[in-house]
Design a protein around this ligand. Structure first.
Ligand SMILES: CC(C)(COP(=O)(O)OP(=O)(O)OC[C@H]1O[C@@H](n2cnc3c(N)ncnc32)[C@H](O)[C@@H]1OP(=O)(O)O)[C@@H](O)C(=O)NCCC(=O)NCCSC(=O)C[C@H](O)C(=O)O
Ligand SMILES: [Mg+2]
Length: 287
């Protein structure tokens, strides 16, 4: 079982030179250089060049580098794709992906542009249509390996309100997670907008982890350490996973396929979960 940690995925406007520099020292698992919403129209060409230069610089160490291009059908999309494919990031994130056909079209375009075969597509699920069609979108291409929730756009398009419980988003969040899991994709939670509300942010991270997200998209350096901690297995989790695997192996050696562990039944599926915890722990250590 191999894992790439994506606990903390930090957006930054590619037009913000200070943020691009600072990100070289921020302990996030991945960076999304944004060309879309965080960049004003006049600044788009300069931001595109800055994002490509940052990707090509080799200055970001272990961090997975992703560029979010402007959406399909916008004035900047084609130029963004051409420039960013040539810069060879780990992935291109595309906002407001709306259908499986669009995913296939994007992948055809990548290939037409001679994109690195290893380069992935991160699809942003942030419209009601994308939620309804999430399974087909996730299934549309092997290149699509990560699904990112855009909870600001979703709330807007649902005409719902932002509340701490995230109750208006529950269906959408769970539908996206189900679709991602059914198609073996990574799935990342949306951003938390109040950069000063650290308590509220931590609560939302815990909520996201409990729901099944693999990590969270972030907008500020102060959010990184909390997401890293919430999504990392604790020392207790690791010790418990090792003990569970040993207990189960012992039971198997004695010819039993089911056994109790600290008073609770465990089966093979619990061993799988424990192995995932250990693989995640090792991946974080290796990073
Ligand atoms: C939200 C911000 C505009 C706040 O900026 P600012 O007021 O400058 O923050 P601070 O003064 O507290 O910054 C402290 C230092 O940290 C650096 N910084 C800030 N943010 C980042 C960042 N994202 N990456 C790297 N470095 C960052 C500052 O430069 C300061 O450095 P120093 O000078 O050394 O002290 C700002 O945080 C920001 O722009 N965040 C990202 C916004 C963004 O990218 N938005 C678009 C993506 S979110 C989205 O679109 C979601 C989705 O589509 C949806 O629909 O939900
Ligand atoms: Mg959005």
């Amino acid at each position: 079982m191999t894992f790439r940690p994506r606990r903390s995925v930090l957006y930054m406007p590619a037009s913000n030179q200070r943020a691009l520099e600072k990100a070289r020292t921020i302990d996030c698992d991945a960076i999304i250089f944004d060309l879309e919403d965080a960049v004003a129209p006049d600044a788009k060409p300069q931001a595109r060049q800055a994002a490509c230069d940052a990707v090509a610089s080799g200055d970001y160490g272990y961090r997975e580098l992703v560029v979010r291009v402007n959406g399909v059908g916008t004035a900047w999309h084609d130029d963004d794709l051409a420039a960013v494919c040539a810069a060879r990031p780990a992935a291109i994130a595309v906002p407001k992906v709306s259908s499986p056909e669009q995913v296939r079209q994007l992948v055809d375009t990548f290939e037409g542009l001679g994109a690195d075969p290893q380069m992935n597509l991160w699809a942003m699920i942030e419209t009601p249509r994308a939620i309804v069609d999430a399974d087909a979108i996730c299934a549309a291409s092997e290149r699509l390996n990560v699904v990112v929730l855009g909870t600001n756009d979703l709330l807007n398009e649902l005409r719902a309100q932002s509340v701490p419980s995230r109750r208006p988003l529950q269906y959408a969040l769970s539908a996206a997670i189900c679709a991602a899991r059914a198609n073996d994709k990574v799935v990342l939670d949306g951003v938390f907008n109040d950069v000063r509300d650290i308590g509220g942010f931590e609560q939302e991270c815990v909520d996201g982890r409990v729901l099944g997200f693999d990590g969270k998209t972030l907008i500020h350096p102060a959010q990184v350490g909390i997401a890293n901690r919430v999504w990392a297995p604790s020392a207790d989790d690791v010790a418990r996973a090792r003990e569970l695997i040993d207990t189960f192996d012992q039971a198997l050696a004695e010819g039993r396929g089911v056994v109790t562990f600290h008073g609770k039944m465990i089966e093979n599926l619990h061993v799988e979960t424990a192995r995932r915890v250990l693989a995640m722990h090792e991946a974080i250590r290796a990073r």
